[in-house]
Design a protein around this ligand. Structure first.
Ligand SMILES: [Zn+2]
Length: 482
């Protein structure tokens, strides 16, 4: 009986391993055999379908090396990040309802655009070019785009959804126009600086396309990046999960450093910040408190404005820094978290490399502690609707908020009632712990010499505890494509 059970267990293990292997091969675009024994060919970049006479996007000019680069990059990503890649390189916009000849409403409600990165921005390409370069099916592509859109809505608010979505699109266009105007302002007035900032997707270590690393728990490294339009300066602030979390305290600590740095240039009078509306990181009273306090200490900056972009934006220039960094590690293995510093510093050559700063647990300040009762009414019920906030050094008694990015929208003043001079204290007394399971996984990779000896030391010293829970990367999600 025991013997039978053992056999059953080992059979089950074999099946699980087979499944893991299959999903790994499938996700990385390799040849694999389905559950039913069918052979699925490896993904391979297909011929550029665009012809000079018919293509409006000049896709035929795009070099084969560039296309191969895109293909390799895409297939080096995990399932989640492949989907993210698609979403950030496509745009879905509602079209005005067309009526056909028979006066029947046309069913086509959306128009899609596809992009690839070029320089610091994105260039439009044709659908055919997009799917042939990645070797994915159109059906799969559209499924990803539409699930991404639905996934971002709150299921409790389905009724308001349509209306909200329309507002979202108008706002998106408004934001874009506004952003362009701001960049233009900067060109004509050196006292204005327009900066976008964003957290990059988590960088995992060890990182690389290897079956040996695939199922190991990994160390997370976070990268908050700032990109200045026109000057084209790029800044990376890196820390790993032992140094800090990815919350408002971390964002504020770095934002404070950045504001101080800009102030020290002496030439900047107006700082225009753009970021996404993520409540955990950017759109919260802690960030607004931080900016208010920092501006108070500035010697040269007179106004700071923060603009919150709507979900699904595709044009934030800072995001191109992320693609540049991600592209630079295609077909590379990153063995130790500290290597990300070098990766970011070497990712761009022209006009100059990105500036990189690494933070330790001692750098992070508890900004959230200073934000309670800082603004009158604590911004309750308002914060999630705020689109832009303007803070002026000579009017520190209040901040000016707008609930739409539209220039015509009225401004509401919110009084500051907290102590402006009170600055936060360090938040982490010691390094944060990783889980025992993660520590063991990494130790296993060290013992079996998967991780080269020179990188092992960094892992051995990681603080860990059995009580720490991991948020496991879900490696078993089945691909949407069948
Ligand atoms: Zn084309």
């Amino acid at each position: 009986m025991i013997q039978i059970q053992k056999t059953l267990i080992s059979e089950k293990k074999k099946r699980i391993n087979k499944k893991k292997e299959r999903s790994y091969l499938k996700q990385t675009g390799k040849e694999y055999i389905t559950k039913t024994g069918k052979l699925v060919e490896a993904k391979s970049m297909k011929e550029n379908p665009c012809k000079p006479e018919t293509c409006p996007n000049k896709c035929h000019d795009i070099l084969e090396e560039r296309r191969k680069g895109i293909f390799d990059h895409y297939w080096s990503l995990s399932v989640e990040r492949q989907r993210d890649w698609i979403v950030s390189h496509t745009k879905r916009e509602k079209v005005k309802r067309k009526r056909t000849k028979d006066n029947i409403e046309s069913r086509r409600k959306f128009t899609h655009s596809y992009f690839i990165n070029e320089g610091e921005g994105q260039r439009p390409v044709c659908l055919g070019f997009f799917i042939k370069t990645l070797d994915i099916r159109q059906r799969f592509l559209h499924l990803v785009i539409s699930t991404a859109e639905e996934g971002s809505s709150n299921p409790d608010k389905r009724g308001e959804y349509q209306e909200e979505k329309e507002k979202h699109l108008t706002d998106k266009v408004e934001t874009y126009t506004r952003f362009q105007t701001h960049q233009y302002l900067r060109k004509n007035d050196n006292g204005v600086l327009c900066t976008t900032f964003d957290l990059q997707k988590v960088l995992h270590t060890p990182y690389g396309e290897s079956m040996l690393l695939y199922y190991s728990r990994k160390i997370a490294t976070y990268n908050l990046t700032f990109y200045e339009s026109v000057t084209r300066n790029g800044f990376c602030f890196l820390w790993n999960e032992v140094a800090g979390k990815r919350g408002a305290n971390e964002v504020c600590t770095i934002l404070a450093k950045y504001i101080q740095m800009v102030d020290e240039r002496e030439s900047i009078k107006h700082l225009l910040l753009y970021c996404d509306s993520c409540p955990g990181q950017n759109r919260n009273k802690t960030v607004l408190t931080c900016i208010h306090k920092c501006l108070h200490k500035c010697k040269n900056i007179a106004t700071i404005q923060i603009n919150y972009l709507l979900p699904g934006h595709t044009f934030m220039p800072v995001d191109s820094m992320h693609s540049v960094i991600e592209k630079s590690v295609t077909n590379t293995i990153i063995w130790a978290p500290s290597q990300w510093l070098t990766v970011c510093a070497l990712a761009r050559k022209a006009p100059r490399p990105y500036e990189v700063e690494v933070l330790s647990h001692e750098d992070f300040m508890g900004w959230n502690g200073t934000s309670e009762k800082y603004f009158k009414g604590n911004l309750s019920g308002k914060i999630s609707k705020i689109q832009t906030v303007t803070l002026k050094k000579n009017h520190t008694a209040h901040i000016e908020v707008k609930y739409s990015i539209n220039v015509e929208t009225e401004t509401e003043n919110i009084d500051v009632i907290g102590k402006t001079e009170l600055m936060p204290k360090k938040i982490y007394k010691s390094r944060l712990l990783i889980s025992k399971k993660k520590f063991n996984d990494l130790e296993k990779l060290s013992i079996n010499k998967t991780i080269p000896a020179i990188y092992i030391l960094g892992y051995k010293s990681l603080p860990h505890a059995a009580s720490v829970q991991d948020i496991l990367a879900d490696t078993d999600i089945e691909d949407i494509e069948d």
